[in-house]
Design a protein around this ligand. Structure first.
Ligand code: SAH
Length: 579
């Protein structure tokens, strides 16, 4: 039972929400707060006090015995903003209760137990079906006891602080026959095993079942065939990613319903695609019916992988000819490469999606100074591969190679990782055997624009003045084109110690087409602690004040300085009429 205690009207309202959500597990203690806390402490396994932590500390201090038997106590503040796990974090379950109360009331759970606070993901939050001793293994992870990962199948898990991982298949098979259960284990497997004591099974969607069916094949026949094939091969139905078949059977009711009952999608391929797949058991029948010598095996193998169950036919109780075929393939694990833009620097310009991807990755690849920017957000167990300036090629290759081993990798870049950054070299290296997730970031040009005013209100372009990898002739041609087309230009990489003539040259080209009074915005370290910005003009910009931490935005012929801000008109007719 969870005892609920409150003192104020706001506390009582939050208390009543909790009581309404968990009517059978909560008891409201009315009356003077001190008496209520003492009674609840004696009678309940857990307490939620809608009171200040200080008040609760004073009330429970004389009641505390030992952490194995004391109730867990959670405090919720007057504003309902925080659910604080006060005592009994593990033994009393207060940490978990704080999470649940927080979830229900929209309060931030505050958990100060070291291992919880470091952000270990729950085994039941990894997005995979899970079986076995979740509570026990989670507790072991939280308590820092060794937990071994047995990954039979490569799968891009988020970081979990395993004591050891990456066992080979043969070592595992040996272990199956011995009882070596002296530690906690998380086993990533698609095999139909029963979890041992202290073991959690995670079910990766690694199996594809190819199915063929004659018109009108009953769903029971299809499902019975699939389940029988999995059972005989010792495979778990919870690892089935989908039923694969030929395009012509996309709507075949027996297949659609069998997939529905398994809770998986139907994936289809054209007969032409299937005809190209090499299969062990081709036959004439499907060739004449749908135009490919194999449906079940070819569809199962079309995405690559290892054939575990060759084509087999359904058996019918009435002795009639089989109406369904199936084959099972274990597909190769697909790694995950997230290309994550960190924004210009400030933490609150890092998007929530970027943050989530950083915590989702078990391997982080990036320039050391960008890693420093977000190191505190990473989960324990994240492998960090950082390198210095100039190692772009190595970073791109490393990120892709790690993803190809089945890991969840985040490749980071400042601003947007696709803008003068790592996304293009990495994706140029990547083949289609990994999943790529792009997370956009706030670019330096956008951050600078917001500081300057509204310089990018009409057509604009970014041009990098670095001629390290781009010949100067190409850069000059683009600057000239922008000048002639009267487009607002933001210069990236504008000037460094070794490259000092490019910026004056580029400005001179723009000056051939724009007045000397054209506004120019210079922003250094946008959104970083030492941010600075100034608004000047084409004629008076001193290039010596510009460095590699800076972007320079040059207005077009319509850009104006208005009240100290740089504004490029959007070109509305109603604004022209006002002039
Ligand atoms: N991917 C980044 C650009 C990387 S190129 C983006 O999307 O913004 C590096 C150049 O970006 C620097 O030389 C500088 O010109 C510019 N830059 C990056 N961050 C900046 C910031 N916070 N303030 C000003 N300029 C910045």
């Amino acid at each position: 039972m969870i005892g609920l205690i409150s003192a104020t009207a706001a506390g009582a309202a939050a208390r009543d929400r909790l009581a309404a959500a968990w009517p059978d597990r909560t008891r409201v203690y009315e009356g003077p707060v001190g008496d209520a806390v003492r009674a609840a402490f004696a009678e309940c396994e857990q307490l939620v006090c809608f009171l200040a932590t200080g008040a609760v500390v004073r009330l429970v201090a004389p009641l505390l015995g030992d952490k194995a038997s004391d109730p867990g106590v959670v405090c919720v503040d007057e504003g309902g903003r925080f659910a604080v796990s006060l005592v009994g974090g593990h033994g009393g379950g207060a940490n978990e209760l704080a999470e649940r109360v927080g979830g229900l009331l929209g309060a931030v759970p505050v958990v100060t137990t070291a291992t919880d606070a470091v952000g270990i993901p729950g085994l039941d939050t990894l997005g995979l079906p899970v079986e076995g001793d979740v509570a026990g293994v989670t507790r072991a992870l939280l308590d820092g006891e060794p937990v071994v990962l047995d990954a039979e199948v490569a799968w891009p898990l988020p970081p979990v602080p395993f004591a050891a991982q990456g066992r080979t298949r043969s070592a595992l098979d040996k272990q199956d026959t011995q009882d070596t259960q002296d530690t906690y284990t998380v086993r990533l497997t698609d095999r139909a095993l029963e979890p041992a004591d202290g073991e959690v099974l995670l079910r990766p969607p690694s199996l594809v079942v190819g199915v063929g069916a004659s018109k009108g094949a009953p769903a029971d026949e299809v499902l019975g065939l699939v389940e029988g094939a999995l059972r005989d091969a010792g495979l778990s139905p919870r690892s089935v990613a989908g039923l694969a078949t030929v395009e012509a059977k996309r709507e075949e009711p027996g297949i659609v319903e069998a997939a529905g009952r398994l809770g998986v999608p139907v994936v289809t391929y054209s007969a032409g695609e299937l005809a190209k797949v090499d299969v062990p058991n081709p036959s004439e029948a499907p060739l004449t019916a749908v135009g490919t010598p194999s449906v079940a095996e070819a569809a199962a193998l079309a995405g690559g992988g290892e054939l575990l169950v060759p084509k087999r036919k359904s058996e019918r109780a009435d002795g009639q000819p089989a109406m369904a075929t199936c084959a099972v393939v274990r597909r190769p694990g697909r790694g995950r490469l997230a290309v994550v833009g960190l924004g210009p620097g400030a933490r609150d310009l890092l998007t929530p999606r970027a943050k989530a991807e950083l915590r989702r990755a078990s391997v982080l690849v990036g320039l050391d100074q960008y890693v420093d920017q977000i190191r505190d957000l990473l989960r324990p167990g994240t492998r960090i591969l950082e390198s210095g300036l100039g190692a772009e090629e190595e970073r791109a290759r490393t990120a892709v190679a790690e993803a190809r081993t089945g890991q969840a990798v985040a490749l980071i870049g400042s601003g947007d990782a696709g803008v003068y950054a790592m996304a293009s070299p990495a994706l140029a290296e990547a083949s289609d055997d990994i999943d790529v997730i792009g997370v956009p970031g706030v670019t330096a040009a956008l951050a600078a624009g917001a500081i300057l005013g509204a310089p990018l209100g009409h057509d604009h372009v970014s041009i990098s003045l670095s001629d390290l990898h781009t010949p100067w002739e190409v850069i000059e041609r683009r600057v000239r084109a922008a000048a002639e087309a009267d487009i607002v230009v933001t210069f990236y990489n504008p000037r460094s110690r070794g490259r000092d003539w490019q910026l004056p040259k580029a400005l001179a080209i723009l000056a051939e087409h724009r007045e000397p009074t054209t506004p120019v915005g210079v922003v250094r370290n946008a959104s970083r602690p030492d941010e600075s910005s100034r608004l000047t003009t084409l004629a008076s910009l001193d290039p010596a004040t510009v460095d590699m931490m800076t972007v320079v935005t040059v207005g077009n012929t319509a850009t104006r300085e208005i009240a100290g801000r740089m504004v490029t008109p959007r070109g509305y007719r109603w604004q022209e009429a006002d002039r």
